[in-house]
Design a protein around this ligand. Sequence first.
Ligand SMILES: [Zn+2]
Ligand SMILES: [Zn+2]
Length: 153
Amino acid sequence: MAGEWTIRELAREAGVSRKSVWAWIAEQGWERPASGPWILDDEQARLVFERFEQTAPLRTPREPIPCSVEACERTRAGLQDVCKMHYQRRARTGSTERSSGGDWQTAKTHCPQGHEYTPENIYRFPSDTGTRRRCRTCRIAQSSASKPRDARG
Ligand SMILES: [Zn+2]
Ligand SMILES: [Zn+2]
C-alpha cells in the first residue's frame, strides 16, 4: 500500500482522460477523502489500469493517426476520422471539400431578409468582386425607408 495515485496520474498512465477514470472510480464506490485530491493505492491503481487496458488504445492512440482527408498533414482530432479543421468544415458545410466563400454565397438562394435571388432581383455594383449578389428588393425597401416623408400636401 505504498503507492499513492491521483486521478491525474492514473489517467496519464492508463492513457485515457481524467474524466473516464473519475467516472469509473466513482462507479466502484471507493471511499473518497472528504477534502483534497482523491488518492488511490496500488491495488486500486492496478484495477484502474486493468479496466482501461482494453479501451486505452482506442481512446488515445499513442501514435497520432493522420487525418483521413487526402493530402492533409494534420492529425485526427479526438475520436474523429479527420483533423479539427476538417471536422469543423464538415460540421459547417457537410463536406470536407474546400469551398470558397464565393461558392457558398452562390449556393444561397435567398437574401438575408428572405427575398429570393431571381435574375430580376439581383443587381451588382460595378465594384463588386466575385459572385457577390445584392438584393434589389432590400435595396428598394431601404431607399424608400430612408427618404424623408413629405406628408403635407
Ligand atoms: Zn484534415
Ligand atoms: Zn432582400
